[in-house]
Write a protein that binds this ligand. Structure first.
Ligand SMILES: CC[C@H](C)CCC(=O)Nc1ccc(S(N)(=O)=O)cc1
Ligand SMILES: [Zn+2]
Length: 240
């Protein structure tokens, strides 16, 4: 059946060599978003995003992706509204991409992959004292997912606001981190409209390495987790 093929795919995927399925996981990510099965929820508010570019700290390669990290010691770059009960602080953003433009995103829409997906990771500093604690709690994190598609536009990596598409429409569902520790702590907010980046930008991602100096070079590509079963979840949409 579908579920065992998921387990098989998780087990075989190069990035997930070790058994990285959460035993008994019921809200794993990523998932395929079937547009016609998503349910418009009029109670969902618009997502309010206010980022201060001055909170951008540094960029580094953590072996899975490259992260642009932000100063989250105060409520300077935050999101509020949408499906969220509290405001959440921006901690970092990173991307997932493929070796070619045919795949690379973690979530899919009607089984369509995008060449890459941006994740803006936020944590609930209203309820939890540290990010590390929020990572372990069901309402600890909120990640905005933005699909990247291929065209000719440059983007300024350090102002995260310009990485967001103008269209306010999004889907939302209860999910998990897509890399270890895979904790089921993420309220996913997936923007309906992709942002456009040019081929050179995608090629630049593919030049990055999984390995560090001295190791045999492995290009950092296909750093996306296989799709996970929807199980007993409904994806809500903020639009009709
Ligand atoms: C001990 C836990 C550690 C502190 C967690 C470090 C962390 O931030 N992990 C993380 C963040 C985001 C994603 S994703 N791809 O957006 O779902 C995946 C993994
Ligand atoms: Zn991610």
């Amino acid at each position: 059946g579908a579920c065992c093929s998921y387990r098989l795919r998780n087990a075989l995927h190069p990035l997930w060599q070790s058994p990285l399925t959460i035993p008994g996981g019921t809200r794993q990510s990523p998932i395929n978003i079937q547009w016609r099965d998503s349910v418009y929820d009029p109670v969902l508010k618009p997502l309010k995003i206010s980022y201060d570019p001055a909170t951008c700290l540094h960029i580094w390669n953590n072996g899975y992706s490259f992260l642009v990290e932000f100063d989250d010691s105060a409520d300077r770059s935050i999101i509020v509204g949408g499906p969220l009960e509290n405001q959440y602080r921006l901690k970092q953003f990173h991307f997932h991409w493929g070796a070619i433009n045919e795949w690379g995103s973690e979530h899919t829409v009607d089984s369509k992959f995008y060449p890459a997906e941006l994740h803006l990771v936020h944590w609930n500093a209203v309820v939890y004292p540290t990010f590390e604690e929020a990572v372990m709690e069901g309402d600890g994190l909120a990640v905005i997912g933005v699909f990247l598609k291929d065209t000719v536009i440059e983007f300024d990596v350090f102002d995260p606001s310009c990485l967001l598409p103008p269209c306010p429409d999004y889907w939302t569902y209860a999910g998990s981190l897509t890399t270890p520790p895979l904790t089921e702590s993420v309220t996913w907010i997936i923007k309906k409209q992709p942002i456009e980046v040019d081929e050179n930008q995608l090629e630049a991602f593919r030049m990055l390495l999984f390995t560090s100096d001295g190791e045999e070079e492995k290009r950092m590509v296909d750093n996306f987790r296989p799709l996970q079963p929807l199980m007993n979840r409904t994806v809500r949409s903020s639009f009709q």
